[in-house]
Ligand binder design. Structure first.
Ligand code: C2E
Ligand code: CA
Ligand code: CA
Ligand code: CA
Length: 279
């Protein structure tokens, strides 16, 4: 048993070493990749449940590595967040999304809403309001076409300062979405206090919708009712199946995002999709 334990231990340290090396490699490579323009924004359509028209998109970061190919945010965002590199990436996302909205508008899609994700560190360590204001005015973008997605955990930290920042951003005309809604700890009274426009129902609640109807949708229904009574828009994310889409539509969820309609895609592909009347 002892020898076993030692073996396990050396296996453990070895894999830990590999992990650390990988992370160091990634950290060093990210700087290079940033200057080589390997980071791109992909766009996942948000679709109006009734008309099936594209009403917006969520911008999602991708790393298109020259050797390794496509690297997803789950690999590089947590590392970026811990090293502080996320601040550069976050700024890039604001710049790039503003430019993209400008391009969409120039093509005639000036009612389209694009939302970007804001990390905890970015929210706390940058002047988000100033950064958004600058980029929007530089590219002559209507702030109504931009939204930020933040999590409940951001709202629950430094509550007073967060409230002030969100109010400034809201006054600018930018919309505020609560991401992964239902997985955090925000109470109804907080939701009332913060200048929120939209709840994004987390995929885990959408997954509760069953094909055969076994009444597992209690939490989902509660969130839908909550959104309604607070006068907030509700977006369902992670919708993969027709029966999920139907259920949500029938229960008053107005906007749908998920593989059922489309996966996140490069800007050129998204523009092609916009040209189609509906999905
Ligand atoms: P998120 O903000 O919750 O984004 C939704 C994630 O669900 C995306 O994963 C999207 O591709 C995926 N998704 C959408 N529809 C479906 C579906 O029907 N089924 C399934 N299984 N998945 C679906 P992605 O693009 O890998 O992003 C993962 C996370 O990385 C995001 O979760 C977000 O937290 C973070 N992230 C991505 N881009 C950015 C960014 O620009 N800034 C920051 N701070 N975080 C980002
Ligand atoms: Ca999001
Ligand atoms: Ca989400
Ligand atoms: Ca998530």
């Amino acid at each position: 048993a002892k020898a076993d334990g030692r073996d396990n231990f050396s296996f453990f340290t070895q894999s830990l070493n590999t992990k650390i090396h990988n992370e160091v490699d990634i950290i060093n490579d990210m700087q290079r990749a940033f200057y080589d323009n390997e980071f791109k924004l992909y766009y996942q359509p948000k679709v109006d449940a009734k008309s099936k028209k594209i009403v917006g998109a969520e911008a999602l970061l991708r790393w298109i590595h020259h050797e390794k190919g496509l690297i997803g945010p789950d690999v590089f965002i947590p590392i970026s967040e811990s090293t502080g590199f996320m601040l550069s990436l976050g700024k890039f996302v604001i710049q790039e999304s503003s430019l993209a909205i400008r391009r969409f508008s120039d093509l005639g899609y000036n009612g389209l809403k694009v939302s970007i994700n804001i990390s905890t560190r970015q929210f706390q360590n940058t002047d988000l309001y100033q950064d958004l204001k600058e980029e929007l005015s530089k590219n002559d973008v209507d702030p109504k076409q931009l939204g930020i997605e933040i999590t409940e955990s951001i709202m629950m930290q430094h509550i007073k300062k967060t409230l002030t920042t969100l109010q400034e951003i809201k006054n600018l005309g930018v919309s505020i979405y609560i991401d992964d809604f239902g997985t955090g700890y925000s109470s109804l009274s907080y939701l009332k206090k913060f200048p929120i426009d939209t709840l994004k129902i987390d995929k885990s609640f959408v997954d509760d919708i069953s094909e055969v109807g076994n009444n597992d949708e209690i939490l989902l229904n509660t969130i839908l009712a909550m959104g309604k009574s607070l006068g907030l828009d509700v977006v369902a994310e992670g919708v993969e199946h027709e029966y999920q889409y139907s259920y949500l539509k029938e229960h008053g969820c107005e906007i749908i995002q998920g593989y059922y309609f489309a996966k996140p895609m490069p800007e050129e592909e998204f523009i092609k999709l916009l040209h189609e009347e509906h999905l």
